[in-house]
Design a protein around this ligand. Sequence first.
Ligand SMILES: Cc1cc2nc3c(=O)[nH]c(=O)nc-3n(C[C@H](O)[C@H](O)[C@H](O)COP(=O)(O)OP(=O)(O)OC[C@H]3O[C@@H](n4cnc5c(N)ncnc54)[C@H](O)[C@@H]3O)c2cc1C
Length: 489
Amino acid sequence: MEISNFMNRRSGKSAVVIGGGIGGLATALRLKKAGCRVTLLEKNSTVGGKVAERRVNGFRWDVGPSLFTMPQILDRLFTDLGESREKYLTLEPLSPTCRYRWADGYQFDENEFFWARPDSARLLRHAEGLYNLSSSAFLESDPSELWKKVLNPFLLPLLRFLPAMSPFRSLASASRHFYSDPHLQQFLQRFATYNGSDPEQTPATFAVIPYVQAHFGGWFIRGGIRRLADTLGQLAEKHGVEIQTSAQVQAIDGSGVTLTSGKKISADLIFHNGDVLAAYQNLIHHPRAASVAAQMAKPQRAISGFVVLLGVKGKDPTLAHHNIFFSDNYPLEFQQMFRENRPAENPTIYLCISSRSDPASAPAEHDNYFLLVNAPANTTSIDWAKESPKYADQIIRILDQKFLPGLQAKIVHQEWISPADFESRDGAVGGSLYGWASHGMRNSFLRPPIRSSVIPNLYFVGGTTHPGGGLPLVLLSAEIAVRLASKKL
Ligand SMILES: Cc1cc2nc3c(=O)[nH]c(=O)nc-3n(C[C@H](O)[C@H](O)[C@H](O)COP(=O)(O)OP(=O)(O)OC[C@H]3O[C@@H](n4cnc5c(N)ncnc54)[C@H](O)[C@@H]3O)c2cc1C
């Protein structure tokens, strides 16, 4: 394999990684293994980016990702480094993966019985075919490497799975093809929000996501998902990556980077782990950077999130580790977020209670509620500091009135995180969690490329570049970026 040859070589080149998100940490580790001298620069006081946590009065919340999928991609990073993942992180499968509830009383658990239903099994058969067709060609490759993989004759029979999940039809349309029950149609449509998009505009091809979740499982990391960031940070130090925190980059050119302190760091290779749009708008010094940024700013941004953290007294037996409370008008939610650019009045609410699997995350007889609703990536015309307390109360009221009577009286701690916080903490333009919405073919499958079009030794890694957002995909972006850079050495 090309990557392992590169890894076994000692390149002696210097590399700088801007940003210590999961993609940045994985890139730094892979570059170090390849023999580069690596400096990782993180503007915040700790690495991890969106994989952050909050601790108050005996409660601990993961305030970023809460569901871990495709653990084999993480394991591959450890193996490539000559490390054993089991030594550092305990992964546990969750069953049910999630509990779904509607205000009319309908509910089901996503587990092996649900996936064995004839309609679900048919969906999985198609999605598996499509996954096998596309995973090596799309997820694990740069678009420039695509054709040699997709023309593999062994994959051609799998093309029969394409029509039902064609990129020319929407995920909403596919949901009606596979399910007759409107509740289950809404369940399938929800997977568009895994990359911050509207199911009516997202290609049906994204129906592979439930297959990935059903086949590879939904996992929980003992001690919390934040352990992943801590572990990769520790490994980076162990393997000799120089990590500088509170080190914000303000300029990138072909020779290296300049920090806000004025310090210059030169490097043969530069990897940017923050938002690609922010890099072109603010950091890249090149005559063509402004026009690239203007083009990139045109397609719609993926949605952001609004988070409410609750400490709750008692343990409601009707709740699972992951829960979804669906709104009764899904199209209206997306209309309000994408077209009216405002928070949904009656949003679908995701609730993660990690203390169900990890009792140490809350005091005895209490639970740590992490509530997340989709929110517009709009930090210009919404004053989140003013709106957030009201919106947090509205979300709690919906839960209390429609799904969890008495919740309000049991709350012992409450705080919120808004799109404005995601923007300032992670450098995500508009607070968008996944960069660009997967609306239409082009924006879904041709994200801003990993290799910069203006500076030849600059690469992008993380959720805003190829193949997309989410922990497994940002780990894949690190693999692909280092493989592409290997051609330079
Ligand atoms: C609320 C929420 C829920 C989520 N749920 C899930 C989930 O359940 N499952 C899942 O798989 N994914 C989920 N995600 C997405 C997942 O967290 C991200 O896709 C992933 O963590 C992004 O990693 P990244 O490598 O792109 O870096 P990021 O986490 O975006 O980090 C980028 C880093 O770069 C730093 N940086 C930016 N600019 C500069 C600069 N100029 N100088 C120095 N440093 C800079 C930032 O401070 C930051 O630390 C969720 C995200 C959020 C926020």
